[in-house]
Design a protein around this ligand. Structure first.
Ligand code: PRP
Ligand code: ADE
Length: 181
């Protein structure tokens, strides 16, 4: 957790039963509306990665883009979009995964970065971990080195961050929510 973890957590809203009954949706829009909180969030990631010789931030469609782009800008490195199926126009590689609600695929351009590049994979939230793990697999299949998988929110009771760690990746989450919070 980051030193700003409790503060960042306090500006994330929980919407019960959205998009379906039983899901506590962790809504980051109040955090994005709050310029001081958004700055502290990006600064937390910059502080963590600025000495780690990162070549690219690979951010996941769509909410991952919101934090991945300013992080890449501040680190002075490339920004690589990992997109939902059918959105990237050039040659792609693809991975399918299960969501907390549904199934999806993510894609990466085959020329998105150089082999051996050091990459931070960024998304807003880890639930079952399927999305982040699929993105990390795409990076590895393309010859990239995953420095860390990074997120604003971890939902540890869903087991995703543990699954990602067991697959050999570091996981950094700014804050976490238990189901009953
Ligand atoms: O750990 P998982 O169980 O895979 O779930 C986490 C993913 O689910 C949400 O994305 P969603 O697919 O809802 O897309 P969005 O960013 O376009 O809203 C979230 O932004 C993560 O990408
Ligand atoms: N509980 C949740 N809140 C916000 N985004 C999500 N993506 C998957 N599960 C989610």
């Amino acid at each position: 957790m980051s030193i700003y973890g409790d503060y960042i957590k306090s500006v994330i809203r929980t919407v019960p039963d959205w998009p379906q009954a039983g899901v506590n949706f962790r809504d980051i829009t109040p955090l994005l509306q709050n310029s001081a909180a958004f700055r502290k969030l990006i600064d937390s990631f910059v502080h963590r990665y600025q000495e780690l010789e990162v070549d690219a931030v690979a951010a996941i469609d769509a909410r991952g883009f919101i934090i991945g782009a300013p992080l890449a800008y501040e680190l002075g490195c490339s920004f690589v979009p990992v997109r939902k199926k059918g959105k990237l126009p050039f040659k792609t590689i693809s991975e399918t995964y299960s969501l907390e609600y549904g199934e999806s695929s993510v894609e990466l351009h085959s020329d998105a970065f150089q082999k051996g590049d050091r990459i931070v994979v960024m998304d807003d939230l880890i639930a079952t971990g399927g999305t982040m793990l699929a993105a990390a697999k795409l990076i590895q299949r393309s010859g990239g080195h995953v420095v860390e998988t990074a997120t604003i929110v971890d939902l540890p009771e869903l087991g995703g961050s543990e699954k990602i760690r067991q697959s050999g990746h570091n996981v950094f989450a700014v804050c976490s929510f238990l189901e009953n919070e």
